[in-house]
Design a protein around this ligand. Structure first.
Ligand code: IDP
Ligand code: MG
Length: 141
């Protein structure tokens, strides 16, 4: 089990003014923020990041959406970070997300669902490396 995961506050949540509220959820759920930055993802970055979904019917919509405006990328630390963060964000479809989860409270649809969370330790490592250089991560506190 690793203690790292990767999160994105997606363009819908940033646009809707929910960045601060989602930060509060991250902190009150006990995660330490090791890295955070506001970016405007390029289409090529979105396509690379979501390459695993290439060919699925929602791939173009997803990569267009993720590159449509600003998002916040975050490296998070907590015991069992991957499963703890997936629990905090809830199911992909906000209609199926449990009460009190971020997607239940802030997502607008299955596509524009407020946040991303890694699905495995291996992918968490890859995804953090996709958006952060080593010098951008605070690992010595
Ligand atoms: P996850 O984000 O909960 O891990 P994935 O299945 O990995 O869900 O899908 C990645 C992202 O693709 C979702 O968060 C959502 O934004 C989008 N997505 C997934 N399924 C659909 C769909 O059926 N319609 C539109 N967008 C979808
Ligand atoms: Mg996923």
């Amino acid at each position: 089990m690793s203690n790292l995961t990767f999160a994105i506050i997606k363009p819908d949540a940033v646009k809707n003014g929910n960045t601060g509220k989602i930060y509060d959820r991250i902190i009150s759920a006990g995660f330490k923020i090791l890295g955070a930055k506001l970016i405007r993802m390029t289409l090529a970055q979105a396509q690379g990041f979501y390459a695993i979904h290439e060919g699925k019917p929602f791939y173009d919509e997803l990569t267009d959406f993720m590159s449509s405006s600003q998002s916040m990328v975050l490296a998070l630390e907590k015991d069992n970070a991957v499963s703890a963060w997936r629990e905090t964000i809830g199911a992909t479809n906000p209609e199926e997300a449990a009460e009190g989860t971020i997607r239940r409270d802030f997502a607008t649809s299955i596509g524009e669902n407020a946040v991303h969370g890694s699905d495995s330790d291996e992918n968490a490592k890859k995804e953090i490396g996709f958006f952060f250089s080593k010098s951008e991560l605070i690992t010595n506190q």
